[in-house]
Design a binder for this molecule. Structure first.
Ligand SMILES: Nc1ncnc2c1ncn2[C@@H]1O[C@H](COP(=O)(O)OP(=O)(O)OP(=O)(O)O)[C@@H](O)[C@H]1O
Length: 617
């Protein structure tokens, strides 16, 4: 007869067995022991089971808990009572405690990082097709240009010493070596002779490092102060590439362009175009080199006027974004063979408004392109964004982005609003003409011109509401010396190169310090010195004055007493005073950046406008 296993002990018993209490150990000795419970007690227990609320522990359990270690019991209860909500509250409390221990400056910095991260989540600067297909180029374009042997054999340490000599900062993989002479860059003789005739004999720092980078086919971000010769640095490579292509196989109707230079304003586009015409004409002045065709593509020019250029095949296009898109959509020419795209004043091009246009233009490219971005003021936000959008980019930086040109003597004067006009006349006596006067308001530009004309000063005016003809006339007569003074709104400040401006007068200080840097940068160009006089008064926002104060200090200029007394609230909080990542201003952080505010306003207006138009393009 097989012996059946002993019946499993009741639950209560099993619990007792696990208990460390000595009296239960006794029980262990007899597994079959069952305590006797009288029937009426059992009935009562059964009844209690149904009537006792679930939350109340049952008598058996109570009996056991009495025997559990009180510390364990306490921990157990705490664990059960701990809800997710409670945990969240605790985490919050810990964070609040940590926050309380942080200094105001640390909190401010964290806040700024968050804003920066939020605005950096922009779509990459690539064509719609590339974005949709996830096309990502990893190799730079190849070119046939090679530095001379003696340059190639230089060590990286020697290259670095050269860069230090010219205060050039570079960033990127395998940065091509700097080259100290145009001839060593293998620039054709006729062009060298032409440059020499214009007193351009040695490359400026942005050219001696930027040109080898661009000739090597690398994507590039070039940052250098106003008047430092950036135009030559991005035009020359395109001219050389076009020359090579034309020499190999001459272009016929419908072919080209080899590259495009994009400019944010018509004035800048025409100026760059004129430079290219000069340089390409100089090249073809000898029979040694072929003729290159360039096209100026901007609003205000009848498309028919350019028909003769299009009939021959185009090598170089200089354009403003709107008209370029228009011409591409009308298939006046294509970008099928285009491989070079440069943006001058790139921060403005990428900034709100132009960014979508740039992406639209990129979608017309059919193959990989070399992309170059140039500016005197390229804040960190744009640099970071641009770096993600380029292929193995090289950053070439001469001086801090947004720093003032050191060849400009900056004078800041406190002038009451009602005294400005009269004081302006006095100021005009400081130097011989030509002089530029800047004001941010179109009405004020007109008022100043009218006042000067009344006083017998030969003045022209330029602003956004003038017709293209009026703008061209103003620039032409001022450039030729027929007019002594030009009164201008912001349009003329970025990139325009007038010869020998002695004096810039800033009648009303712009809110954004970047604009101030561009405005004073119309003087002190190509190594010459100049003066900038700026009027400020109670109407100038304190933050703008603070930006100005730090800019003067950085440039080693005299800080007038009324600026010295303005205190930086961030300094009082013990914060570090680094430039605002959005506009580069030294006197404020991102959370109070005027440019960001403006950009947001414009974005909202554009959004509203889009809705009003039913979302049309
Ligand atoms: N290597 C050089 N040596 C002497 N002068 C030069 C040299 N390169 C350019 N220049 C001259 O310097 C002036 C300023 O050049 P450019 O307009 O290219 O400056 P920029 O850096 O583009 O300035 P901005 O930021 O204001 O647009 C021009 O008149 C140009 O002819």
């Amino acid at each position: 007869m097989s012996t059946s296993p002993p019946p499993s002990p009741p639950l209560v018993r099993r619990r007792r067995m696990r208990s460390p209490s000595p009296e239960y150990k006794l029980d262990d000795e007899d597994d079959s022991y069952e305590p006797y419970i009288p029937i009426d007690q059992r009935r009562q227990a059964k009844l209690a089971k149904f009537t006792t609320p679930a939350s109340k522990p049952r008598p058996v359990r109570e009996e056991r808990e009495e025997e559990v270690d009180p510390e364990t019991e306490e921990r157990e209860r705490a664990r059960k009572e701990r809800t997710l909500l409670r945990e969240a509250q605790e985490v919050q409390a810990r964070k609040a405690d940590e926050d309380a221990r942080k200094t105001e400056a640390q909190k401010h910095e964290e806040q700024e990082e968050k804003i920066l991260a939020a605005i950096s989540r922009q779509k990459k600067l690539a064509s719609g097709l590339e974005l949709a297909k996830g096309i990502q180029y990893t190799e730079s374009l190849r070119t046939s240009w090679r530095p001379p042997h003696f340059v190639r054999s230089r060590s990286e340490d020697e290259n670095q010493r050269l860069r230090e000599k010219y205060h050039i900062i570079v960033d990127g993989d395998d940065v091509p070596p700097p080259i100290e002479s145009f001839a060593d860059m293998k620039i054709p003789g006729p062009l060298l002779r032409h440059l020499k005739s214009k007193h351009i004999t040695e490359p400026t720092p942005i050219q001696l490092q930027g040109l080898p980078v661009a000739f090597s086919g690398r994507d590039m971000i070039g940052i250098a102060f106003t008047g430092s010769g950036k135009t030559l640095a991005f035009c020359l490579p395109l001219i050389m590439f076009a020359l090579e292509d034309e020499t190999r196989l001459p272009f016929v109707r419908g072919e080209g362009p080899v590259g495009i230079i994009l400019c944010p304003s018509r004035e800048l586009a025409s100026q760059t175009y004129e430079n290219i015409i000069q340089w390409t004409t100089a090249l073809s002045s000898t029979s040694e080199y072929p003729r290159l065709n360039s096209l100026l593509c901007m609003g205000g020019i009848a498309m028919g006027e350019q028909a003769h250029v299009l009939s021959k095949g185009v090598h170089i296009v200089v354009a403003t974004p709107g008209r370029l898109i228009d011409m591409l959509e009308k298939r006046k020419f294509s970008l099928d063979g285009c491989r070079y795209l440069c943006m001058d004043e790139a921060d403005r091009m990428i900034d709100l408004g132009f960014e979508d246009d740039v992406r639209n233009i990129m979608s017309f490219f059919k193959r990989q392109r070399q992309t170059l971005l140039f500016s005197a003021t390229m804040p960190r936000k744009i640099q970071d964004f641009a770096q993600q959008s380029l292929v193995r980019p090289v950053l070439v930086n001469v001086g801090r982005a947004g720093a003032a040109n050191l060849d400009v003597l900056q004078v800041v004067e406190y002038v009451k609003q009602e005294a400005k006009m009269v004081y302006l006349l006095e100021c005009l006596q400081k130097t011989a003409p030509p002089v530029i006067i800047f004001s941010d308001s179109k009405n004020e530009v007109d008022d100043i011109q009218e006042y000067l004309l009344l006083k017998g000063v030969e003045a022209v005016a330029i602003h956004g509401s003038k017709t293209q003809d009026e703008r061209q006339y103003a620039i032409k007569s001022f450039k030729s010396g027929a007019k002594d003074v030009m009164v201008a709104s912001g349009v003329a400040s970025k990139g325009l190169d007038f010869p020998d401006i002695q004096h810039v007068i800033i009648f009303s200080m712009p809110k954004e310090i970047e604009d101030y840097v561009h405005q004073i940068g119309r003087t002190g160009r190509s190594g010459r010195t100049g003066i900038a006089t700026t009027f400020v008064n109670v109407n100038t926002p304190e933050q703008t004055l603070l930006d100005l104060k730090y800019l003067l200090m950085e440039a080693g200029q005299k800080v007038p007493p009324f600026l010295q007394t303005i205190e930086d609230p961030r300094a009082a909080q013990g914060g570090t005073l680094k430039g605002c990542p959005v506009c580069g201003g030294l006197g404020h952080g991102i959370s109070s950046c005027p440019k960001l505010e403006d950009a947001q306003r414009r974005q909202m207006a554009a959004h509203r406008g889009g809705q009003d138009r039913g979302g049309g393009y």
